[in-house]
Design a protein around this ligand. Structure first.
Ligand SMILES: Cc1ncc(C[n+]2csc(CCOP(=O)(O)OP(=O)(O)O)c2C)c(N)n1
Length: 360
């Protein structure tokens, strides 16, 4: 793609695949092998199944709060697939597809949502920061890593994610400003899933698009169809290449939709119409990619059925492996907050112990 052809303040989306799964932009990027295409599709299915299982475990009282990714798989997987092994991924908390692409084992992911901090302990060589729940705070870390890369003369790029709601945080602006001034090699990806819990995008900001926020910092900004895996890959790849060449940061707005709830504690029927959700279900990124693969005779129903079964088996096995086999205790929460435990925490720990012993 050419960023120059897309003015960030115009609501013109960069896209390659239309909703029928047909290529609409002349692109030579589609030099993916059949094997790669099936790997990408499998990862989308994997992401969906991990979500669906987690939601069902949560409803059974076997999982803590969970933030599903349903509908956002292309935005996450397309972008993360454009990264090189040495690049850093700095996530928020709704990037399951990207985590899987970058090599985080499902075990870590389920451990994290199960409330076990060992989930955040990345395997050797996986350059991914832990989940960041304080909205937009991760962007500061991303810019910091990018600036450090420049100082150390390293050639790695940082890809970081934030939601549409996160763009209203001061951290968002500070991170973009510093990244642009210091030409930090960072690709900022806004997953605009249209809602920040119950706050719709139009009430979040008066800006026409989120991509246009790039103009203020004098960096390229582009609005991408976030349900189009090819467009997400292509735009991110170009932004990464620019960053690696020393041309500084880029802001990508991935226009997508959260088909599920914000988290398992949320009821979206309270603030949005079923009709809107139904419209977006038709634009399901997995369905769109499937249509493309079928039209090219790359995907068969049999492959899909077998793959789904295989994934389900693996997902169930992994969850059962981590369930109730916690190697941490509640005391760990007290033990590792400070080098020396302050008196108020000592007091709470004592209270907790006496609670365990049946006291008051
Ligand atoms: C600093 C901060 N303020 C408030 C919250 C509570 N909170 C959790 S998620 C969320 C909405 C985030 O919306 P968005 O950035 O659009 O991301 P999405 O959840 O839609 O992926 C809020 C306000 C928080 N985690 N951190």
């Amino acid at each position: 793609m050419r960023f120059e052809d897309y003015k960030p303040s115009e609501e013109k989306h960069y896209s390659i695949l239309n909703s029928n799964g047909q290529i609409i932009t002349e692109e030579d990027l589609l030099s993916f092998s059949e094997e790669e295409l099936l790997y990408l599709y499998r990862t989308m299915l994997y992401t969906r199944i991990v979500d669906e299982k987690a939601l069902s475990y949560q409803r059974q009282g076997r999982m803590l709060t969970y933030a599903p990714n349903i509908g956002q798989e292309a935005a996450q997987i397309g972008s993360a697939y454009a990264m090189e092994k040495e690049d850093w991924l700095v996530p928020a908390f709704r990037e399951l597809g990207a985590w899987l692409i970058r090599g985080i084992p499902l075990k870590n992911i389920y451990l994290y949502w199960y409330g076990n901090e060992w989930g955040s302990y990345m395997p050797e060589g996986v350059k991914v920061l832990p989940v960041s729940v304080p909205i937009a705070s991760q962007l500061q870390h991303a810019t910091g890593i990018g600036m450090a890369n420049n100082i150390k003369g390293e050639n790695n790029v940082v890809v970081t994610y934030v939601g549409d709601g996160g763009t209203s945080q001061g951290d968002f602006h500070e991170a973009l400003n510093f990244a642009a001034v210091f030409k930090a090699p960072v690709v900022f990806i806004i997953q605009n899933n249209q809602y920040a819990i119950s706050v719709p995008r139009k009430e979040q900001t008066a800006s026409e698009t989120l991509a246009q926020k790039a103009i203020a910092y004098n960096m390229p900004g582009v609005l991408v169809d976030g349900n189009d895996i090819f467009a997400m890959y292509s735009a991110t790849k170009e932004a990464i290449d620019k960053a690696r060449k020393g041309e500084g940061p880029t802001l990508i707005e991935a226009f997508t939709y959260r088909l599920g709830a914000h988290t398992t504690s949320d009821d979206p029927t309270k603030y949005r119409e079923d009709k809107e959700v139904e419209e977006w279900e038709k634009k399901d990124p997995i369905l769109r990619f499937k249509k493309y693969l079928q039209s090219k005779e790359i995907l068969t129903e049999e492959w899909e059925k077998n793959t789904q079964k295989e994934i389900e088996k693996e997902v169930v096995y992994t969850f059962e492996e981590i369930e109730d086999k916690s190697d941490t205790s509640i005391e760990d929460i007290f033990n590792y907050q400070y080098e020396t435990m302050p008196p108020h925490l000592e007091e709470q720990l004592e209270q907790y112990k006496s609670f365990l012993e049946g006291g008051k």
